[in-house]
Design a protein around this ligand. Sequence first.
Ligand SMILES: Nc1ncnc2c1ncn2[C@@H]1O[C@H](COP(=O)(O)OP(=O)(O)OP(=O)(O)O)[C@@H](O)[C@H]1O
Ligand SMILES: [Mg+2]
Length: 216
Amino acid sequence: MEIIKLQNIYYEYSEDIKVFDGLNFSLNNGQPVGIIGANGSGKTTLFSLIMGLSRPQNGDVILFGKRCTEEKDFARARRKIGYLFQDPDDQVFCPTVEEDIAFGPLNLGVNLDDVKKVTEEIMGELGIEALQKRITTKLSWGQKRLVSLAGVLAMNPQVLILDEPTASIDDNVIEKITEYLKNTNCSLLIASHDRRFLEDLRADIYLLKDGKLTYK
Ligand SMILES: Nc1ncnc2c1ncn2[C@@H]1O[C@H](COP(=O)(O)OP(=O)(O)OP(=O)(O)O)[C@@H](O)[C@H]1O
Ligand SMILES: [Mg+2]
């Protein structure tokens, strides 16, 4: 089943910053997809169109079989999609690490005991238990990225959209993330400059260039 489908997307930030003109893309259930492409090629823009954080000037965004045009359509779809922002400062906002990771599942209505359990599990899998009580604003960049990732995983989404999940992450933790993602049932869509990581996940790799995606 097609989980995400973009049809004939046109998107520009302004007249002189055209990003997509006639872009087509689909993500099918179960098959991981990696997007590679130069800085500024439009990977993050593609994700923000899927999430409904930007709207295309033309074309269709179809999520879980439904064409999304209004905020309420995207809001419904977003409940099933975990989105890791490229910049953790757009994502981490609770005072402490444990509160930040718990925020998503609590917001989805998961009960407190289960939230505590899942928070601890995820921290263990990513090896960040020691950060549990730390103040989020005082974390290193890489630590903040791991906390954002933990928060996204804690929501147990059907689909994971990850923008550069291995950037600023050390090799040891990349291995842990790779293992986690290999074993997850989530559908994966990942932008990354780390080709080896995408290959380890056995992702289909697409190159984004000149506003077009081509299979590599
Ligand atoms: N908010 C914005 N306003 C204007 N232009 C923008 C904005 N965000 C991105 N752009 C421009 O749109 C183009 C695509 O940017 P985008 O961030 O999607 O690229 P990217 O592939 O994610 O790059 P990177 O690998 O550096 O993360 C670039 O030319 C960028 O400068
Ligand atoms: Mg980007």
